[in-house]
Write a protein that binds this ligand. Structure first.
Ligand SMILES: Cc1cc2nc3c(=O)[nH]c(=O)nc-3n(C[C@H](O)[C@H](O)[C@H](O)COP(=O)(O)OP(=O)(O)OC[C@H]3O[C@@H](n4cnc5c(N)ncnc54)[C@H](O)[C@@H]3O)c2cc1C
Length: 434
């Protein structure tokens, strides 16, 4: 049995579904293939789904701000109904603490100002007024639990932070992906679940299609790797790694869910906070919980794993993260049983994604999303569609990189920053902050 499409997209996570929507709307016959039973069941389902606009690079910031408007106007972004309902954007805002680690945002604010992104400087009193459960003593640098100094204040107080109102989180990342699946289908896109791509056909350095685990072959002149933490395995099938200076790997992560102190309604009064003094970010979660992720301090081991064989049990990382956050919220009551998620980031050397073609004509990749590209999914769909048009028209993207247009802001993005052949970007945070 064989079938043919204009483009096969390997993966139906939030980015795979967004690329499908954009390509299908441009008239391409697309097929997303995913080994899991439904859209968004891979690493997307574990996402904290935080929408924020501050990034370390100007292009990264522009992409995030462009992407913010897709979530803000989700009904218009989709243009279709979903029988399961629509995901919701809780636009609670995001506070980034000013710390020595982030140089008091001195390298981020010029990007924010260049793009005229709304922001407010909050002093310590303003932070306490919004988050009365917070203690602003300094604790940096982050330490491991076994360090005798763990939990000891390092002297002085945080002086405040910068609040970005155009930020928040999506309540259900899996549902958001299903919403995009429905948008892609409305434009003619097809989805196949429960099937694994086991081989990628290449002839005369041009991709021809893929083989599935049931022996089926799907013919397509364009194949896009959007396989999340499996991206390096998929690239290996195609032989696409040979000219990549930036590569991907699966990095194990734990996210902590803890109840808010009872005297504060974090679910409704809380905000997203990035706090590099304690190396944690957090956001409100339903049931008056707080979700706490790591900002990947240097002292923490990096757990690179096989995406098909890794432990899904909580480890000491959970306790470390929970106790780091308890430095900021002294009344935090830790549950007797660890709650949260264990999942994988698909990480590059500089924690900036690869949105690029490959050394094989017709084979593209949207990978290495490094724990921070959920928010950019729809915007990344637009980048990939423009890139495919540009390359398939015969342009030499590697030497004359596409300047991709944003939709909601008057700006182009130099796609060289997302190249597989770039040098490691020294401006990166080298963490989930991108
Ligand atoms: C714990 C965690 C927290 C995060 N928090 C945030 C956040 O707050 N904000 C933010 O912006 N980003 C966040 N991210 C990152 C964000 O979730 C990801 O960048 C995004 O979900 C990646 O989407 P994707 O479609 O590329 O990949 P995935 O959702 O991983 O989808 C890839 C799909 O490919 C399929 N696949 C793989 N190999 C094959 C194969 N051979 N054949 C068929 N199918 C295959 C998989 O089954 C999977 O469904 C977080 C990620 C994690 C893990």
């Amino acid at each position: 049995m064989s079938q043919s499409y204009d483009a096969v997209i390997i993966g139906a996570g939030i980015i795979g579904a967004a690329i499908a929507t954009e390509l299908a709307r441009r008239g391409m016959r697309t097929l997303n293939i995913d080994r899991l039973p439904a859209a968004g069941y891979g690493s997307t389902s574990a996402s904290c789904a935080i929408i924020r606009v501050h990034y370390s690079t100007l292009d990264g910031t522009a992409l995030a701000y462009d992407g913010y408007f897709d979530w803000k106007h989700w009904v218009e972004t989709l243009g279709v109904d979903d029988e399961r309902g629509l995901a919701r954007f809780h636009e609670c805002g995001c506070l980034v603490m000013k710390t020595e680690h982030n140089r008091h945002l001195s390298h981020i604010l010029p990007n924010i100002e260049a793009l005229e992104i709304p922001h407010q400087h909050w002093d310590a009193e303003a932070v306490r007024a919004r988050l009365p459960i917070y203690d602003l003593q300094r604790y940096a640098p982050a330490k491991l639990l076994r360090d005798e100094q763990f939990g000891q204040p390092s002297g002085g107080e945080l002086q405040g932070g910068v609040f970005f109102p155009t930020a928040g989180y999506i309540n259900d990342p899996q549902l958001a992906t299903h919403n995009l699946q429905r948008a892609a289908e409305a434009a003619g896109g097809a989805f196949r679940f429960g099937r694994t791509v086991t081989a990628i056909q290449v002839e005369d350095n041009r991709v021809r299609g893929v083989s599935l685990d049931n022996g089926e072959t799907i013919h397509a002149p364009i194949v896009i790797n959007v396989a999340g933490p499996h991206s390096h395995k998929v690239n290996a099938m195609a032989g696409a790694q040979r000219d990549m200076t930036i590569t991907t790997r699966a990095l194990r992560q734990e996210v902590v869910h803890v109840p808010s102190p009872e005297d504060f309604d974090f679910e409704h009064e809380g905000i997203v906070v990035s706090d590099s003094d304690i190396s944690c970010y957090c956001r409100p979660e339903s049931g008056n919980h707080i979700l706490v992720g790591s900002e990947d301090p240097q002292c923490d081991p990096r757990e690179v794993v096989d995406p098909d064989d890794y432990s899904q049990a909580f480890s000491e990382q959970w306790t470390t993260q929970a106790l780091r956050y308890a430095q900021r919220v002294p009344n935090l009551a830790l549950p007797g049983k660890a709650q949260g998620v264990v999942d994988l980031y698909d990480v590059t050397e500089d924690w900036i994604p690869i949105y690029d073609r490959s050394c094989i004509d017709g084979y593209y990749m949207a990978i290495g999303t490094s724990g921070n590209q959920f928010k950019n999914a729809v915007a990344a769909g637009r980048l990939m569609a423009q890139l495919i048009d540009y390359c398939e028209a015969g342009n030499d993207h590697d030497n004359e990189p596409l300047q991709a247009r944003c939709k909601h802001i008057d700006r182009s993005i130099d796609m060289a920053v997302f190249s597989r052949k770039r040098s490691i970007n020294p401006d990166s945070s080298f963490s989930v902050l991108g």
